[in-house]
Design a protein around this ligand. Structure first.
Ligand code: 5AD
Ligand code: SF4
Length: 449
């Protein structure tokens, strides 16, 4: 291979698991002498790390492939690869629709990347889509791309087979990284200067290493010196042992924020989704979480228009959102995914315009609740981990609170990575605006002389 083909551009779609996988891909390639570049026109190798979870994501990526083709027209030696969940899901179709693609690779075979790139020199196309239930990518040192927080995949795959979901098919069976390896990686993250670690897994709280569970892991990670904040995403409601809540409640380093996907507020829809809990059980879990950790911020995922969802089912979801008052929510219209149980056995029978109406209705409900939840923060002093300059105003900085609310604060002398006490003075829907104690020092109520 020519020495010149050493610049790789990775573009990531989808969830944080993909962000973490892209960092692993770069880790594997950088060991072979590749460097990451920031733009496709600087690259010899372009890899797009794709998402298959919803139809919309797949359509966007097909469109993007068309855009990237122009770089290949200008430079015929450029290698264009499609990796990740959508490659695993519809690899054959990608090859048929975009015959200029050189590489198609599923999420369990990234160790083959250097060899694949070599082989493309002589062969026309490299396709590798085997799933490997033993692949953890242990030993790979990720090339991290985000500023203050490090994503760390502690378990891969999923065994739950919710009827709407493609993940078990494209990411294979559930498997956990051994705890010692997780802890080694957390130490590395500290050595690299990160303040915050986010433990990732498709159902992160199903984590197991022998008889040690997710609560034990959280406790062990919290004991690592130097780590300041720990988050995790996404847990499954059915695997939330009370002991996990005890660990979160009793540990200052574990952020008081949980993203807990509800999907639907109707027990019959939950059953059709095979979510393994009823609406009442979910509500009881929320109650238990809020009792044990009163300051917790809660997020969720909701799907509207699933097969068989009646107006009454939909209203039950609206009611549940009003009752629980999640601080944030990601909301989606159901889109059937080829090969899933729902696609094979259930009719996609809610009309598209009705799905759109239902989605807009819950977005409106949630926007109001999120706005009120953020307004309730006004007057409170919170700790913000500074992430960077505000895009709108270079005099200001932005960062996240412990409960993951984006906050704008005066620049002052703060540097990226600082943990700063901020008094919240205003909020604009999704963002908090704060003042630091310096800015407050002449306000009259400051204890400083
Ligand atoms: N249609 C719509 N939304 C989906 N999700 C997963 N599969 C589908 C689908 N087929 C949503 C779920 C999940 C989130 C990551 O994406 O809410 O929690
Ligand atoms: Fe998909 Fe359900 Fe597994 Fe989540 S728990 S990844 S929704 S199958």
């Amino acid at each position: 291979m020519g020495v010149s083909r050493r610049k790789v551009y990775v573009e990531t779609y989808g969830c944080q698991m993909n962000v973490s996988d892209s960092e692993l891909m770069l880790g594997i390639l950088s060991k072979e002498g590749y460097t990451a570049v920031e733009a496709p026109d600087e690259a010899d190798v372009i890899l797009i790390n794709t998402c298959a979870v919803r139809e919309h994501a797949e359509q966007r990526i097909i469109g993007r492939l068309g855009d990237l083709y122009q770089f290949k027209q200008r430079n015929p030696r450029l290698i264009l690869g499609v990796c990740g969940c959508m490659a695993q899901h519809i690899g054959e179709q990608i090859i048929a629709r975009a015959p200029y693609v050189d590489l198609v690779m599923g999420p369990d075979v990234y160790r083959q990347l250097p060899e694949a790139i070599e082989r493309i020199e002589t062969d026309e196309l490299y396709v590798s889509l085997s799933l490997d239930k033993t692949e953890h990518y242990d030993g790979v040192v990720p090339v991290r791309q985000e500023g203050v927080r490090a994503w760390l995949t502690i378990m891969r795959g999923c065994d739950k087979f919710c009827t709407f979901c493609i993940v078990p098919y494209v990411r294979g069976r559930e498997r956990s990284l051994p705890m010692e390896e997780v802890l080694r990686q957390v130490h590395r993250v500290v050595d690299q200067g990160y303040q915050e670690v986010i433990l990732l897994g498709q159902t992160v709280n199903s984590y197991r290493d022998g008889d040690r569970d997710f609560g034990d892991l959280l406790q062990a990670v919290a004991e690592v010196a130097g780590i300041r904040r720990i988050r995790f995403t996404s847990p499954h409601p059915s695997d939330f042992a009370p002991s996990i809540l005890d660990v979160i409640a009793s540990n200052d380093k574990i952020c008081k924020q949980i993203h807990l996907p509800l999907q639907s507020g109707s027990t019959s829809v939950l059953k059709a989704m095979r979510r393994s809990y009823t609406a009442e059980e979910f509500a009881a879990l929320i109650e238990q979480i809020r009792t044990r950790i009163p300051q917790i911020a809660l997020g969720t995922d909701i799907i509207v228009g699933f097969s068989g969802e009646t107006e009454q089912d939909f209203l039950a979801t609206c009611q549940m959102m009003e009752d629980i008052r999640f601080d944030t929510a990601f909301m989606f219209k159901y889109s059937p995914r080829k090969g899933t149980i729902a696609d094979r056995k259930l009719a996609d029978d809610v009309p598209e315009d009705e799905k759109t109406r239902r989605l807009q209705t819950i977005i409106d409900i949630q926007q109001q609740i999120t706005r009120e939840s953020n307004q309730a923060m006004i007057g409170h002093t919170v700790e913000v981990l500074v992430e960077g300059e505000s895009r709108r105003d270079p005099e200001k900085m932005f960062g996240k609170t412990d409960d993951f609310r984006t906050t704008i604060l005066p620049g002052g002398n703060h540097r990226i990575g600082d943990l700063v006490q901020v008094k919240i003075v205003d909020s604009t829907g999704h963002t908090l605006l704060g003042e630091t104690s310096h800015a407050r020092s002449n306000c009259g109520d400051c204890p400083m002389p």
